[in-house]
Design a protein around this ligand. Structure first.
Ligand SMILES: *Cc1c(COP(=O)(O)O)cnc(C)c1O
Length: 476
């Protein structure tokens, strides 16, 4: 700043900016002294002061720059300090209708899972100790038996996430060997998780067979050599190939692998525990129970997709390959945390009674919500909004719409729903302003914008969240 030569009017204005020590001593900032270190308050005040200085220096020659008042400056500082006081990772309201919204944390957990996590977080726990003998145990014990009981698998292992599970399975079973996979399954599943990259980085060689839309059993059979390490199937969770297609049924592929003494891995991905048509949810391809009974040696899936539990990578299958995977040195690097295990165990317990799973696990409850409930919720929200919003400026209606499942789980399915549609009738606020204000409210609220209107979808809401949304609109 030393070398810049401000025009004379700016120079005099700069001198009128208050000194930093007066700003930080302003009564409006006193309350922050209790929760934030004074160095952070000073640094924030300095930033605001520097910005005000730059705004004056950069103002065009012919315009008279305005000097912010003392109160304006302290107001700006207070706003920033207020944001610094809030946790960065905080709860939010999902009115997008996307049941497994990756940005909003995928699966919402059941009350039972939340309680189990809180208990294990608050105190010490039996994570790796056996109460009966007092001996050191395995953290896998808490979920292994349940997973075996619920899926019929011989063995189970839980890691940090499904990408890690696939990586470790291929590393443990096929490093230095070839992995055969259909061209139609060389997929990318969000966050740059690409199957070809995973195979390469685990030290195996990719052997592609068939074509994008059709792969036959003979394509796999012809590719088997003495270098083959395993056959891999990956569910294309986030897209669908439709039309002239052909794929080999899983049991046939497993049988081919076994005839050649090779392991067969299926990356099932979505983690539906059993066929979800039991609940009237259509369009979900495959389930863990089906993959296990089809004879897969290893099945991998995410815990926080359709299973509705904590972020985790679930491996199920035959005893020998799963134990080899568990013993791989990298298993420690992908170790699952105790809070994750607590949430997963509590969720799995609910599946012992499928009806209870459907009512208690939000992912399943939201996917199976029917029109009468969606209509009641939408109407209740619309009534609340109409009561407080100015009719000249906002139009509030209940409209027929569709919700997405999200989380790379049901690429083709959308579920009929009823949304509250809010349209802005004047130039200010615009629908984008409205959405931004809601995102910045406490708690942050996310809807979706469609055809210049804000849609609030009750599919992913709890009744208790409706008044919170109304309250956020009230502050607009
Ligand atoms: C979602 C998904 C993954 C990645 O799972 P994360 O738990 O997010 O690591 C891998 N494979 C398939 C088929 C998936 O659907």
């Amino acid at each position: 700043m030393k070398n810049s030569k401000p025009p004379p009017h700016s120079a005099s204005l700069l001198r009128e900016l208050p000194p930093i020590h007066r700003l930080v001593a302003a009564p409006a900032l006193h309350e922050f002294g209790a929760s934030l270190p004074s160095s952070l308050i000073t640094k924030t005040a300095q930033e605001v002061l520097d910005e005000a200085r730059r705004a004056i220096l950069n103002s065009p020659e012919d315009a008279t720059p305005t000097l912010p008042s003392f109160d304006e400056l302290t107001q700006r500082i207070a706003e920033r300090l207020h944001r610094l006081e809030q946790p960065s990772l905080r709860g939010a309201i999902n009115a997008t209708g996307v049941v497994l919204h990756t940005g909003l944390g995928r699966a919402r957990l059941s009350e039972a899972a939340c309680a189990a996590i809180a208990e294990v977080a608050r105190g010490h726990s039996l994570v790796e100790i056996e109460a009966e003998s007092g001996q050191r145990g395995s953290r896998q014990d808490h979920v292994q038996k349940l997973l075996r009981e619920l899926t019929g698998a011989e063995e189970a292992l839980v890691l940090n996430n499904c990408a890690g599970a696939v990586f470790l399975a291929v590393s443990a079973l096929a490093t230095g060997r070839e992995v055969i996979i259909s061209r139609g399954e060389l997929v990318e599943i969000g966050g740059a998780f690409r199957i070809p990259d995973i195979i390469r980085s685990s030290g195996a060689t990719l052997v592609e067979v068939g074509t994008t839309n059709r792969t036959r059993l003979s394509d796999y059979a012809d590719a088997i050599t003495e270098r083959t390490g395993l056959i891999l199937r990956c569910h294309p969770s986030n897209f669908a190939i439709v039309g002239f297609t052909e794929e080999v049924p899983t049991p046939e592929l497993a049988a081919l692998a076994h005839d050649n003494s090779l392991p067969f891995i299926e990356d099932q991905g979505n983690g539906a525990l059993f066929p979800l048509d039991t609940f009237g949810i259509t369009g979900v391809k495959g389930s863990l129970v089906e993959s296990v009974s089809a004879g897969c040696d290893v099945v991998t899936a995410s815990g926080d997709k359709l299973l509705g539990a904590t972020q985790s990578g679930i491996l199920l299958g035959k005893r020998e390959p799963i134990r080899r995977i568990a013993k791989h040195p990298l298993a420690r690097a992908l170790r699952v945390d105790k809070l994750t295990l607590a949430g997963l165990e509590a969720t799995l317990r609910l599946y012992r009674n499928p009806e209870q799973a459907q009512t208690d696990i939000p992912t399943l409850r939201y996917l199976t919500r029917q029109e009468p409930e969606l209509r009641r919720m939408a109407q209740s929200l619309a009534r609340g909004l109409r009561r407080i919003l100015d009719k000249e400026r906002f139009a509030v209606e209940v409209v027929k719409e569709s919700s997405q499942v999200g989380g790379g789980s049901l690429p083709n399915e959308s579920l009929p729903t009823l949304c509250v549609r809010v349209r802005c009738l004047t130039d200010s606020p615009t629908v984008n302003d409205l959405a931004k204000t809601l995102r910045q409210s406490a708690p942050p609220i996310f809807g979706r914008i469609r055809s210049d209107a804000l849609l609030l979808d009750p599919r992913t809401l709890e009744l208790t969240e409706i008044p919170l949304i109304v309250a956020a609109f009230q502050r607009i």
